[in-house]
Design a binder for this molecule. Structure first.
Ligand code: SF4
Length: 250
């Protein structure tokens, strides 16, 4: 497993180990520790923790097997979804306690999530694919409103909106610019893509991936030469690579 994925997977395993110790401890108290009165409560706690641990085990297994075999394992899709959708905040918290950088964990999560996509099973046409980028990629001094209509871009070359329009036109796929999560969700509902190539910072990408999982999302982390949320950029080659990856197996 690549180093970039190991951080997230390692923390997931650590979370599982800690949870297993808790589960073992609570079951131990059930049998040897507490009076009859507290036993009912303890059993409920033990069962809840055991279900939680089981979900985590199956979710981790789902991720590992999907990464290995290159396709999702049907009976493990739900636990995998639970782990991808809900465990990241716990993992970030755990990593924080160990002094690990939040962005590195989010970036590792994005790498794992990108690898869970198997385009060969999706049979996508260009019309099924959408590139979704944040508004901060537009030059902050540009007066044209490209979020409502991309045709408003004059392609002056002062920002990468022009490059993105050109690369998406080349392959005939959708391009959308969103000012935030609410607009992004609205655009997804309207266009109804079958796969998304999303550009954003680590935080927005990881929360977006969690929000719409299992919709396939290839996350591309943006460039922030002027700091976050202003005049950001993207490696257009990575977008093109992702497009080719998605349509090459049609
Ligand atoms: S390429 Fe030029 S016209 Fe288009 S959004 Fe960027 S700055 Fe505005």
């Amino acid at each position: 497993m690549e180093k970039s994925k190991r951080l997230f997977m390692g923390l997931l395993l650590l979370a599982l180990a800690i949870l297993s110790i808790f589960v073992g401890g609570v079951w131990y108290l059930n049998f040897f520790g507490f009076s009859l009165l507290s036993k009912g409560v303890l059993i409920i706690i033990s069962l809840a923790l055991s279900v939680f641990a089981l979900l985590l085990i199956l979710g981790i297994l789902g991720i590992v097997l999907t990464l290995r075999l290159g396709q999702p394992i049907k009976p493990l899709i739900i636990p995998t979804k639970v782990v991808i959708s809900y465990f990241l905040p716990i993992i970030i918290h755990l990593g924080g306690l160990l002094g690990l950088d939040k962005e590195s964990i989010q970036s590792s999560f994005i790498n794992v999530s990108n690898q869970l996509i198997n385009p060969s099973k999706m049979k996508l046409s260009p019309d099924d694919i959408m590139v979704l980028v944040p508004h901060c990629i537009q030059n902050s001094e540009c007066n044209y409103r490209v979020t409502s209509n991309l045709n408003n871009c004059k392609r002056c070359g002062r920002c990468q909106v022009q490059d993105l329009i050109e690369v998406t036109e080349k392959y005939g796929i959708h391009l959308a610019i969103a000012t935030g999560g609410t607009l992004a969700r609205k655009i997804i509902k309207e266009i109804r893509p079958k796969a998304i190539i999303a550009v954003a910072c680590e935080r927005d990408l990881s929360s977006g991936i969690q929000d719409i999982y299992p919709m396939p999302v290839i996350g591309v982390v943006n460039l922030r030469p002027h700091g976050p949320c202003i005049n950001t950029g993207v490696e257009v080659e990575k977008i093109e690579e992702a497009i080719q990856q998605l349509i090459s197996n049609k």
